[in-house]
Each structure stands twice: as structure tokens, then as C-alpha cells.
Design a protein around this ligand. Structure first.
Ligand code: ZN
Ligand code: ZN
Ligand code: FE
Length: 762
């Protein structure tokens, strides 16, 4: 047999588990190309043989029109001479190296599958588990690798002849679609009452929709866990859900049938539209449209709305049946992780839901909805979970030894890093309850198995009481490395954008354990991968009663004005802290004056709390970050002025002193100025003061690269203002694909630990 001339084409990017190989195979046939395609450790390799014009047009098509969920990062080819096969084949590829790439994230229902479930003549008409190689569940159903049906929770559903035919036909769009199923052979829905007793129903979706229309709450099993669902246009239904879920005020996500419906409730632009319809289908934060049909108590006092589009057939069918926007919030009691097993959901959500819409396809791993917001002009992932996990963050450097980074205490995610890939785990939530901690441990075990990674280095926060730290301390036979919280925040941005050290990192958040044992959070660091210098920090505020002050933000307001007025604020200023009983005020003032149970904290978040307490009269934050969020949303875009501040360069580290700002704010308030004006001036002041220290530090160190991160940079007003003040004369980077809050810390921990153990090469 003669050797044929052909091309070896290497494609890198998101090309595995997204229907890429079957698509290549179809494309090759269309172009009269023979050869083979296989997964390799970095992506996909294609060996193609045919005439030169055919090869040219084949390569052109590869680049032009990849399948919806695929993303080609690079495509290179070189000529080869080899034996050409007779046809075009998909070569088996089971090497261990590729395991890591092979598990894809969940992909929202594609247009073709959608058309089928609404087509009465189709065999999948109204079938809630319809999927294909371009869409469907993935990570959440996987027990093991390779990603093949027997290793998923679909193993218990033997395919009927029709499904098997699709699964084994190369030209079919369900070729090798692991969760392929139909009403004959696949999972089924059931409806249960509040007591978990099955209700007879010929059409569980229709019956569930009727309950929702009556104002009841239905727990519906989705891809990564249960949602609590109710009518988003009914204030009574929303109130019922809030009371039972013990979620007083935190905004609830709303799902609508499609983009036109989303436009009716939210003000969208090109970017938010694209996010809503992306294969990930995250919750997108966008301004709520005034006077829309939604109940006011969906997001009280909050102009932003969390909107998402249906991402599984079950949602499409439910939305179609209900014909109105639906609340789709995580199926849990506040602060617990999302329920994902049938029995667990019935037990834990029994007091919340009036009915359960269940199915018998097991969710192996819980995976909450992801959240994205446009911040300072670009999309930023605030919660990176379903649709993104377990896709790696690709780095330009390599981890010589596998690293497990355990993350923070709140909004926990962990990270497994190997070679040039960092795999962030699903959003676990706050580790302070048993359920969440169990979920954290289980997810780590599963991810280690799926990725075939046995970590040799375990990175953790310095806080001794974080459960993630305690977990790390309990891992034997590994090198354990503690990484300072804000250093990790900054290193996370450095890794995401492949920044050359050193970097001036602004890390503004609520709290993180400092190397001196104090609570940091208003930090400017000169950061390397291996360490940092603390160049500046915010003047600390006293937290009267410690953690109690974080919810009772009026206490922080008292601390800020006492500090601003040297311990003796005028009565008319204190009177702005509304509805605080006289005796409580006296007690807190005494605590702060005597420094009794009032630790000092540098967190920028505390200044937002203090200003919200003063300017907006907020006494209690009903959920974490509420006061800061309300202050952001109160701002008046027309106000460009600011308050005074001081930078104390004699202090070590430099201190950003906002006492002058609080005095001026208090006087403006007493003089009758509006809260919106104060909010704007506060944001402008913090941005201005930060820009000033950053410029001074750039001057001193010669470093021109700046990273802005920490939970405070979920605030678009702050991020935009500071970005505007610093660029373009400095190179400014923000977290984009990794959360700015504590959900992004694990990546930074991983790279710092690797660098410290000399295992993070160029
Ligand atoms: Zn599909
Ligand atoms: Zn079937
Ligand atoms: Fe933090």
C-alpha cells in the first residue's frame, strides 16, 4: 500500500466531551476526507487525507464553525505521510493522560433537542431528559472515568433499540451521547406531596405547574441539585417561600422561558444577552426593568435581578406550562448546601416545599447554578459552578507536583492543580455546617479520582479555625503550605492573567487572617508568587462584639464615627444611626472606648457597612454583604465630588485614613444631603484614595502592573471608578473567569504553594 500525503491537525481548547469528534467525522465525510480523529492529552488530533483543495476547505470549516459548546484556542497543522484508512474513523483513546480533559461540564439544551421536545410527532415529545452530544448533563452524573455511560448514573438505564441505534451511528447527533435516553428507556418524573407520598399523575410537569400557579412551592430536581420553584409574579408565593426557607431579603433568581421574556423583566445589553444564552446558562445579574410583572419581594431594595434561562428540558417544559417567570432558587435552608438526592431533599425540604418533582436519574455531584455580572465593562464570574466545573483554568506555567488547595471558609471552592491546568471544584458554600463540610470532603475525593490526581502539596488559608484549614492539617503524607488570604486573592488574578511578578495587588474584602493574626482586608500588596510585602492598609475599625458587629452594622457605624471624632461624636451625628436603643448605643460606645471585646479589623467591607449604617440608616444586614450592596445601589451617577482622606506614609505599612471622609459625610447628612450623594462621594473617595496609594507604590517600586480583587470588587461602582483612575497609565487586571471573592482564593493558594515548593515553572 502506498503512503498518502495528508495533514496532522492539532486542535487545542474546549474540544473534548462537547461532540467535537463526531462533528469532525461528519465534516470529513462532507469534504471527502479520509483519516481519523482522536482525543489526546491537550485536545484533539486529526489525521486527514484527501486532495489539497479538499484539505484546505476542511481545515477552513474546522476553524469557522465548531459545535456550540466547543471553543478552539489554537489550531495547527503539519504535512504527514502515512497509510490512509479507507474511511474516516473515530479512534479509541483511553490513555490516562487524557482523563483529565475528558469530563465536560453541563451544557444547556441545544436548539435541536428543544425543537424535539415541543414537536408532537417526535418520539421525545415532552420528554424531560432529552439530550445529545451537544447538550445535557455531564459532570453531575459522572462517577468515574473514562466518561462513558457505565461510569455515569445513566448506567441503570439500558438503551432501547432506537436509542442504541442513535448512540452507535457516527452520523447521528446522538453518537456517543452518554446520557442518551427516551421515554421508553430513560429516567422518569414523579410527583410527591409535601409528606413525600407519591401523587398519581399522568403528567407530573403539568400537575406541578398547576400547583405553582396556585401559589405553592415545588421542589424540582434539576441537573446539579434541587430548585425551590414558585410563581415569581406572586408576592404571596414569594413570601411563603422566603418564610419557609428563612431567607428574609436576599435576592432570588428568576427563570424565564427565553430572551424576549428576559427583556420584559430586565434591561439587557449585548453582553448580558450573550451570557444568558451561552452554553453555561449562568444566572446573570442585570438591572430590573421598572414596572415589570415580577413581585417586588423578589429582590427587595435591589435594582439588580438574577435572571437565567432554562438549561434542561424539564425547565423548558415547566416554563412553557406555567407561562410566567418562576423563582428558581437553590433547594436548601439558608446557609446549607443545595439538596441533590431524592431522600435527602424530601427530608430537608419537607418543611419548605408543598410538592416534589423528582426523577430517578441520580445526581452524583451537587453543582449549584453559576452567577455572572458585568463588572467594570466585562463579564465576571461571581460564582463558578454548573456549566464551568470541571473545566480547567489553563495556565501558562506548569505545576511540577499536583497541588490541592483547600480554599476559604465562606463561599468555599477547592482547586486541584496538575501540569498546566487548575481545576476549581464546584461551589460548596459556607463550611460552617456539617452538610457543607461533608460535601467539601466528598467533592475532593471525587475530583481526585476523576482527574487521577494524588496531591503532594496541600495549600490552605492561615486562619486556624477555617474548616478548610483543619481539613488540610488532617491530610498526612503531603507537604502542607499555608498561604495568606489576600496574597491568595492577588495570586489568583496573577495566575488567571499570567502576570509577571511583582504585581501591585489591591485586595479589598470583608476579612482575612493576616500574618500578624489580625483581621486584614483593605490591603495593597507588592506580590510575588512566593511572597509579598504589605505596602498599605486601611486604618482598622473596632468590631464591637467581634462577629456580632458584622451583622449588626450599626455597631461599625458607631466605631467609624467615634474614630472620626476622636471618641466623642456629636449627638446629632449618632442620631443618624437609626432605631438603635439608647442603652445598646451606650454599651457599644463603652466597649469601643475601652477596647473591650472589640478587635480591630482592616476590612474595606467594614467601611461600606459603616457608611451604609450612617448614610442609609441600616441597622442590620439581613445577609452577608447586604449593607455594602445597598450602598452601591444607592449611588447617584451624577455626583463626581468626593470627601477628604489622608494617606499616612509614615506608618508601617502606609495607612489609608478615612476619618476626614466620615466627618464630612456626617456633617453633610446633618445638613440634609441625600443618601445617594453620600454613597457616590464615598465610592469616589475610596477609589481616589486607593488610586493614590497605588500610584505612590508604583513610583516607589517601579512596578506598573496592578490587580484589583477581593469581594469588594463585585461592586461595579468601585471597580469601574478605580479602573478609570489607574488605567491606561498602569496595566490593570481584574478577576474574570475566577471569582473576585473567596470562591476564587483556592487558585491563588495553589500557585503560591507550588511556587514556594519550587514547583511552578515557566
Ligand atoms: Zn441537544
Ligand atoms: Zn430509548
Ligand atoms: Fe477574602
Amino acid at each position: 500500500m502506498a503512503l498518502a500525503c495528508g495533514r496532522e491537525i492539532r486542535v487545542r481548547g474546549i474540544v473534548q466531551g462537547v461532540g467535537f469528534r463526531p462533528w469532525v467525522s461528519r465534516l470529513a465525510r462532507e469534504h471527502g476526507i479520509v483519516g481519523r480523529v482522536l482525543n489526546d492529552a491537550l485536545g484533539v488530533t486529526i489525521e486527514a487525507f484527501g486532495s489539497t483543495p479538499a484539505l484546505n476547505s476542511f481545515v477552513g470549516s474546522l476553524e469557522k464553525e465548531p459545535p456550540p459548546a466547543a471553543e478552539i484556542a489554537a489550531l495547527e497543522w503539519k504535512p504527514i505521510e502515512a497509510l490512509a484508512p479507507l474511511g474516516f474513523e473515530i479512534a479509541p483513546s483511553l490513555a490516562a493522560a487524557e482523563r483529565r480533559l475528558a469530563i465536560p461540564p453541563e451544557i444547556a439544551t441545544c436548539d435541536q433537542c428543544l425543537a424535539e421536545i415541543f414537536d408532537p410527532s417526535n418520539r421525545r415529545y415532552r420528554y424531560a431528559f432529552t439530550n445529545c452530544t451537544n447538550c445535557g448533563p455531564r459532570f453531575t452524573i459522572v462517577r468515574d472515568v473514562p466518561y462513558d455511560r457505565p461510569a455515569t448514573s445513566m448506567a441503570v438505564f439500558p438503551m432501547c433499540p432506537a436509542c442504541r441505534q442513535e448512540y452507535t451511528t457516527v452520523t447521528d447527533r446522538r453518537f456517543h451521547a452518554q446520557p442518551n435516553a427516551c421515554p421508553v428507556c430513560g429516567p422518569r418524573l414523579r410527583l410527591l406531596d409535601a409528606g413525600a407520598v407519591q401523587i398519581h399523575s399522568d403528567d407530573p410537569i403539568r400537575d406541578a405547574a398547576q400547583l405553582i400557579a396556585r401559589g405553592l412551592v415545588v421542589a424540582a430536581k434539576g441537573l446539579g441539585g434541587f430548585h425551590l420553584v414558585c410563581d415569581a409574579t406572586s408576592a404571596a408565593a414569594v413570601l411563603r417561600l422566603r418564610e419557609r426557607k428563612r431567607r428574609e431579603a436576599k435576592p432570588l433568581a428568576v427563570m424565564v422561558a427565553g430572551l424576549p421574556q428576559a427583556e420584559r423583566i430586565a434591561i439587557l445589553d449585548e453582553r448580558t444577552r450573550r451570557l444568558l444564552t451561552s452554553p453555561q446558562h449562568p444566572i446573570v445579574l442585570a438591572p430590573r426593568r421598572d414596572g415589570c410583572e415580577l413581585a417586588q419581594n423578589i429582590a427587595p431594595d435591589n435594582p439588580l435581578l438574577g435572571v437565567l434561562l432554562p438549561y434542561a428540558p424539564l425547565h423548558h417544559l415547566l416554563l412553557d406550562e406555567c407561562a410566567r417567570p418562576l423563582v428558581m432558587t437553590s433547594g436548601n435552608v439558608t446557609d446549607e448546601p443545595i439538596a441533590y438526592r431524592n431522600d435527602e431533599a424530601c427530608a430537608r425540604l419537607g418543611g419548605i416545599a408543598d410538592a416534589f418533582l423528582l426523577h430517578d436519574r441520580e445526581i452524583v455531584t451537587r453543582c449549584d447554578d453559576s452567577v455572572v455580572r458585568v463588572i467594570a465593562g466585562a463579564p465576571t464570574v461571581l460564582r463558578r459552578s454548573r456549566g464551568y466545573v470541571p473545566r480547567p483554568v489553563l495556565l501558562q506555567r506548569r505545576f511540577d507536583k499536583p497541588v490541592l488547595a483547600c480554599g476559604a471558609q465562606l463561599k468555599n471552592t477547592f482547586c486541584l492543580a496538575v501540569n498546566d491546568q487548575a481545576f476549581l471544584g464546584p461551589h460548596i458554600g459556607d463550611l460552617d455546617n456539617l452538610e457543607a463540610f461533608a460535601s467539601f470532603e466528598e467533592s475532593i475525593v471525587l475530583m481526585q479520582r476523576l482527574l487521577a490526581v494524588d496531591p503532594q502539596i496541600v495549600a490552605h488559608d492561615l486562619h486556624p479555625d477555617y474548616l478548610s484549614t483543619r481539613y488540610a492539617k488532617g491530610r498526612d503524607g503531603v507537604v502542607r503550605i499555608g498561604v495568606q488570604h489576600h496574597h491568595a486573592h492577588v495570586a489568583s488574578v496573577m495566575a488567571e492573567h499570567d502576570l509577571k511578578a511583582p504585581v501591585l495587588g489591591v485586595a479589598f474584602d470583608g476579612a482575612g487572617y493576616g500574618t500578624d493574626g489580625a483581621s486584614w482586608g483593605g490591603e495593597l500588596l507588592l506580590a510575588e508568587y512566593t511572597g509579598f510585602e504589605r505596602i498599605a492598609t486601611l486604618r482598622p475599625l473596632a468590631l464591637a462584639g467581634g462577629d456580632a458587629a458584622i451583622r449588626q452594622v450599626w455597631r461599625i457605624g458607631v466605631a467609624a464615627v467615634m474614630d472620626a471624632y476622636d471618641g466623642a461624636p456629636p449627638r446629632d451625628v449618632l442620631a443618624r444611626l437609626r432605631d438603635v436603643p439608647e442603652h445598646a448605643l451606650e454599651t457599644v460606645m463603652t466597649m469601643i472606648a475601652k477596647r473591650f471585646n472589640s478587635p480591630l479589623a482592616h476590612g474595606a467591607g467594614r467601611y461600606f457597612d459603616a457608611m451604609a449604617a450612617l448614610a442609609l440608616g441600616i441597622r442590620h444586614a439581613r445577609y452577608e454583604g447586604e449593607a455594602a450592596m445597598l450602598l452601591e445601589h444607592a449611588h447617584d451617577g451624577n455626583v463626581t465630588s468626593r470627601f477628604s482622606y489622608r494617606i499616612d506614609e509614615a506608618a508601617e505599612p502606609w495607612q489609608i485614613d478615612l476619618r476626614p471622609a466620615f466627618r464630612e459625610a456626617a456633617e453633610a447628612l446633618v445638613a440634609g444631603h441625600q443618601p445617594g450623594e453620600l454613597s457616590s462621594r464615598f465610592h469616589n473617595t475610596l477609589a481616589h484614595a486607593t488610586a493614590k496609594v497605588v500610584r505612590a507604590a508604583a513610583e516607589r517600586t517601579g512596578c506598573r502592573t496592578v490587580a484589583l480583587t477581593g469581594g469588594c470588587f463585585q461592586n461595579d461602582r468601585l471597580a469601574s471608578a478605580l479602573l478609570g483612575l489607574l488605567s491606561p497609565s498602569l496595566d490593570v487586571y481584574l478577576p474574570r473567569n475566577v471569582p473576585p471573592g473567596d470562591g476564587g482564593i483556592a487558585l491563588g493558594q495553589a500557585v503560591v504553594a507550588a511556587a514556594l515548593s519550587d514547583g511552578f515553572g515557566g
